[in-house]
Design a protein around this ligand. Structure first.
Ligand code: KIV
Ligand code: ZN
Length: 516
């Protein structure tokens, strides 16, 4: 069986989604999970774009051992050198060099001639090759480029040492048959084209990223670049879970395999949603809440008689156990840890005492703890496990409201270990609470978005609150879950303030290192 490499760019192209910015520790938690998921390549960032990105690439490179770790780079000297330095500690380092090849980009963005682009690409690939073997080259906007010229560019970079040739549909413009045909043409036309891995990188502007990636495989591509939950610029990138499950479910047509441990798909998807605060649409294939829910009587009856009547994939295959009721307040630590292991969750670096305490508190406030609750809990704790210590901690909250009185909140929080108590009034209970927290911490970022959703069903379900706050143009996401949604809202806000605080401290450290 032929193998298709899965190249995950959640930490680079995915992070380019509005509001998806992650800090280093969050990226490390994702990278660890991606390794667990079995991806072949992790694009950890764009090292030359910022200090934060450089640091993330460097730390991811040190953390994971099986996947190739890449940094993106333009064809400039400082980009290539910085990318090479950022991945130097990786067990399997790589670099991903790109330059646009379409006439539109050459004329209106790069202001370069076709020959100048070829020279820049060859120069950058050759420079990278002096330091490492694994060099991928991308022809940005390939799907709108003149195909004979494109073949010329790829021939030149293959000769310079590129081992993977990526053919991005940067603007999401391609149609499946046309994209497959482009791969067939390139594979047979490019000099040395039979020695390299051909790669598909699709954007979803017309909703065809997954279809195009699959067509590329039929045209001979053996790498798919994708993101968890399909996050990415504009309408997003190819969704990892959809493309992987299509290849697995329709093996009869594709005749290829990926190395993805599909049971890790659901935990990975939830972890990313928790960290970025970008919700998963309920009808999203594979990982949406309704992906395996049968509502119509006729369907329910059909599924009960024989599952395959309406199910083409088993929920267990993607890590969603149909037997979801797992633990309650009488469950001991042993059962708790055993269930986490069964779910395949990565427990490395978790403070198990604290995690178990949090589980007990949750089990006290809700009768049944479902797999989704556990996944949400571990997602929150795994970010802490990467060494982030929160400055603010919610200790106590009392909110009163009625149709006749102004909502009032009393809040106690711990700041650097010291407890402080404050009050606030507002338009509603959440507003009162946020005002009290704002006064206590002295932080008043703008609340850009606030959303609440139930993690599981039932009136005692945990509410999961996501809030997006902005300070000096920098947006962070806070998340909190609790059976009481006002508590969940307060936790989400405190979480967002901790992230802003973390960023402030990070910037201060950077400035101190650079010096006056
Ligand atoms: O969409 C695109 O063209 C890219 C390249 C940098 C590979 O993300
Ligand atoms: Zn892209």
């Amino acid at each position: 069986m032929d193998r298709v490499q899965i190249f995950d760019t959640t930490l680079r192209d995915g992070e380019q989604s509005p509001g998806a910015t992650m800090n280093v520790e969050e990226k490390l938690a994702i990278a660890r999970q991606l390794e667990h998921l079995g991806v072949d390549v992790i694009e950890a960032g764009f090292a030359a774009s910022s200090e934060g990105d450089y640091e993330s690439v460097r730390r991811v490179a040190e953390l994971v051992s099986r996947p190739i770790v890449l940094s993106l780079a333009r064809t400039r000297e400082q980009d290539v050198d910085r990318a090479v330095r950022a991945v130097e500690k990786a067990k399997r380092p790589g670099i991903h060099i790109f330059i646009a090849t379409s006439d539109i980009h050459l004329k209106h963005k790069l202001m370069m001639s076709r020959q100048e682009v070829i020279d820049a690409a060859v120069w950058a690939v050759s420079r990278a090759k002096k330091h490492l073997d694994y060099v991928e080259f991308s022809a940005e906007d390939a799907s709108r480029s003149d195909r004979d010229y494109l073949a010329q560019v790829f021939s030149a970079v293959v000769e310079a040492g590129a081992v993977t040739c990526n053919v991005p549909d940067t603007t999401g413009y391609a149609l499946p048959e046309e994209y497959a045909e482009l791969f067939r043409f390139l594979r047979t036309t490019v000099r040395g084209g039979d020695r390299v891995i051909w790669s598909a990188h699709c954007h979803n502007d017309l909703g065809m990223a997954v279809a195009n990636s699959l067509a590329a495989v039929q045209g001979g591509a053996r790498q798919i670049e994708c993101t968890v939950n399909g996050i990415g610029e504009r309408a997003g990138n190819t969704s990892m879970e959809e493309v992987v499950m299509a290849i697995k479910t329709r093996r009869d047509r594709f005749g290829v395999d990926t190395g993805i441990v599909t049971e890790q798909i659901y935990p990975t998807s939830r972890l990313l949603a928790q960290i970025t605060g970008i919700p998963i649409p309920i009808n999203k294939p594979v990982v949406g809440d309704n992906a395996f829910a049968h509502e119509a009587g006729i369907h329910q009856d059909g599924v009960l008689k024989y599952r395959l009547n309406y199910e083409i994939m088993k929920p267990e295959t993607v890590g969603l156990d149909s037997n979801r009721l797992v633990l309650g307040k009488h469950s001991g630590r042993h059962a708790f840890v055993a269930r986490l292991k069964e779910l395949g969750l990565d427990l490395t670096d978790l403070d198990m005492n604290r995690t178990f305490e949090r589980f007990k508190a949750l089990a006290d406030s809700k009768k049944s703890v479902y797999d989704e609750d556990l996944i949400a809990l571990i997602a929150q704790e795994s970010v802490r496990g990467q060494g982030v210590r929160d400055r603010y901690e919610l200790v106590y909250l009392n909110v009163t409201s009625s149709s006749m009185a102004v909502p009032h909140a009393t809040v106690k929080i711990r700041i650097d270990g010291e407890e402080v108590l404050g009050h606030g009034t507002g338009d509603g209970m959440v507003d009162a609470c946020y005002k009290a927290i704002g006064d206590l911490t002295g932080m008043h970022p703008e609340l850009v978005r606030y959303a609440v959703k139930a993690i599981t069903g039932g009136t005692d379900a945990q509410g999961e609150v996501t809030c997006l706050v902005s300070e000096d143009g920098h947006v962070v996401t806070g998340q909190g879950s609790h059976t009481d949604i006002i508590q969940a809202s307060a936790l989400a806000y405190v979480n967002a303030l901790n992230k802003l605080e973390y960023r402030r401290q990070y910037r201060q450290r950077q400035q101190a290192e650079v010096g006056p």
